[in-house]
Design a protein around this ligand. Sequence first.
Ligand SMILES: [Zn+2]
Length: 259
Amino acid sequence: MDKTILEAIDAAAEIWSRAVFPVALTGAGISVASGIPDFRSPGGLWSRFDPMEVATDKALRRNPLGVWQFLLEAVQVFVRAVPNPAHEALAELERAGCLQAIITQNIDSLHQRAGSKRVVEFHGHCRSFYCNSCRAAGDVGRVAKLTRADIPWTCAHCGGVIRPEVVFFGEAIPEQAMQEAERLVARADLAIIVGTSGEVAPFSVFPYRIKAMGGRVIEINLGPTAYGRLSDVRIDAPAERVLPELARRILKPHAPAIS
Ligand SMILES: [Zn+2]
């Protein structure tokens, strides 16, 4: 890594080491190295599916087949993905008491699979399924076996469409996740933004709130983002390279540098 990035990592490690209640805010960028292309990127799922046609509350009722053509691909991408060194570094920092929680927009469960315990899933997840009409639970064991011939997956009780526990466009953030996120943000004295460009509220507002209460902000993102000058330290490099380096500096501050 080049010198300015290493200097930024040193500065971030110093801020992080002094924080009492650090909270990570993560988005799609942290999972790209796990084989999950950002839905919004070229080649991502949104370049082939129109989110308004396949990921809205209305689409669930009007276009169950289109929704499931999309979900079948999305769920299989998540099943094949494995946590990368960025997820693992955050889990290690939590175990060492150096990270209080993760608030994530991701629905891929990779933080939990890496070993993180306190994860607030702002947009839900794909670990459970239910009927959009009668709320009956869908058998999650079926998901891995679903083929094109089985979709749309419908409810055995009422014929409604089965959906993942994911927040679709136009739907509210789950109440419990919202409350938990609010509690964490109110206590946090450091926001570590990873792989999220700050364009989707209310999630994008959290680091501003932490900063307004006297906290600090570290940003690990590739390329320019909507956060502009908010961050105390901005590291423009891939999270899977930056976070393990940061963890090493925070957990073993006297070890010699290897880069
Ligand atoms: Zn049903």
